[in-house]
Design a binder for this molecule. Structure first.
Ligand SMILES: Nc1ncnc2c1ncn2[C@@H]1O[C@H](COP(=O)(O)OP(=O)(O)O)[C@@H](O)[C@H]1O
Ligand SMILES: [Mg+2]
Length: 360
């Protein structure tokens, strides 16, 4: 049988560019070359498209921050993509995980791995994920939602009324509604970039200013004192959930460095959890995935609160870290699906979608 031509997109314009290079080269290295002809496509931080010209059999996983070379400019990315049977966008964050690349691929009719336009953009935006998850009746951290404006900050109330405040007033609202400590997050972020835990007024002001460098939308959340656990979901219409993994971060919380640089951070797979919790998490992960209209894959992250064992959803990642030692593939490995088999399954799911049902 003729080999399917698969484009692997990695790099990208987001702050998670370097993380994507690690995930992308890992996918290229492990994809079954007897079945697939791999076309590695590197997107630079500036948004240029390149062919990664390293001999496929010699591709190794690039460590974080490494330069991708040799590369050759792709003059017409759309024409290049149109020659492929499917694309695996191993891109994290803005311009890759947020529905924009998915939109291009939809438009030109090339199947791709993972969530579509709606679920990708929803999952990328923490404020909007919260609104949909609320509808799914899944518990989340208490939060406030603000937008940075020219004249201060708009607090976006649950009914979308807005009130304008200065920084001092915002801090007052946070203190009154959430108490310290709080997590300040750019609504569109990933890999913990721009996220700060603030324990007092001064830290809160700094945290807000810092988050504003990454996005004009901010989400500020109460602190959840709990275990941090993650569940992998896989499928289109028939969705499966993996066992649950626990994060043991080497720092106060799971920061960028704790995720990618500190070898002391550990994953516990499967997680040791109180009786019955794992099953509840798996069910909630599937519901959350359906709530955002997910397709293909997602990693759904939760806290299990220490005080009362309540399960609290943190976020949905529609393109989770994807190196062979990342949580998502590790969870499936534990379920008996090896990393190359997982890539294979995802590609089959993307192709199945193209042949999928239509209501006519
Ligand atoms: N409300 C919260 N309470 C406690 N810890 C939190 C909370 N929100 C985030 N964290 C910590 O910050 C990390 C990054 O936050 P997260 O919302 O997952 O952002 P990202 O999309 O960048 O991964 C989490 O993995 C967790 O360690
Ligand atoms: Mg996270």
């Amino acid at each position: 049988m003729k080999k399917k031509k698969i484009g692997v997109l990695f790099g990208g314009i987001s702050t998670e560019h370097d993380v994507s290079v690690v995930s992308g080269t890992s996918v290229i290295k492990h994809m079954d070359k007897t079945k697939y002809e791999v076309f590695p496509i590197y997107l630079s931080k500036q948004g240029e498209w390149y062919e990664y010209q390293k001999e496929i059999s010699k591709v190794e996983i690039l460590p974080i921050g490494d330069t991708v070379e040799p590369i050759q400019k792709i003059e017409n990315p759309i024409a290049y993509l149109q020659e492929l049977d499917a694309v695996f966008p191993v891109l994290h964050g803005k311009g890759g995980e947020d529905g924009t690349i998915q939109g291009i691929l939809e438009w030109i009719g090339v199947p791709y791995v993972g969530c579509g336009v709606l679920s990708s953009s929803l999952g990328m935006d923490k404020a909007y994920t919260k609104m949909v998850i609320e509808r799914a009746q899944i518990q989340q951290a208490k939060y406030l939602y603000f937008q940075k404006r020219k004249n201060g900050f708009a607090q976006i109330h649950p009914n979308f009324e807005e009130t304008i405040h200065n920084l001092e007033e915002i801090c007052g609202k946070v203190e009154e509604n959430l108490g310290y400590p709080v997590f300040v997050k750019p609504s569109n972020s990933g890999s913990s970039i721009g996220i700060t835990k603030a324990a007092n007024n001064e830290e809160l002001q700094e945290a807000i200013k810092n988050a504003c460098q990454y996005d004009t939308k901010l989400v500020i959340e109460e602190n959840i004192d709990g275990l941090e656990v993650e569940c992998a979901v896989l499928g289109n219409k028939e969705v499966k959930a993996s066992s649950v993994g626990k994060i043991l971060p080497a720092e106060e919380f799971y920061t960028f460095d704790a995720k990618y640089k500190n070898a002391q951070s550990k994953l516990e797979i499967p997680a040791t959890l109180p009786q019955g919790i794992e099953e509840q998490i798996r069910k909630m992960a599937i519901r959350a995935f359906r709530a955002v209209d997910g397709k293909g894959l997602a990693r759904v992250d939760f806290f299990v609160r220490k005080s009362d064992s309540q399960i609290i959803l943190n976020e949905i990642n529609t393109m989770p870290g994807f190196t062979s030692i990342s949580m998502y593939p590790k969870l499936w490995e534990q379920m008996g699906l090896s990393y190359p088999e997982l890539i294979d399954t995802l590609l089959l799911l993307s192709l199945e979608e193209k042949e999928g049902e239509r209501c006519n």
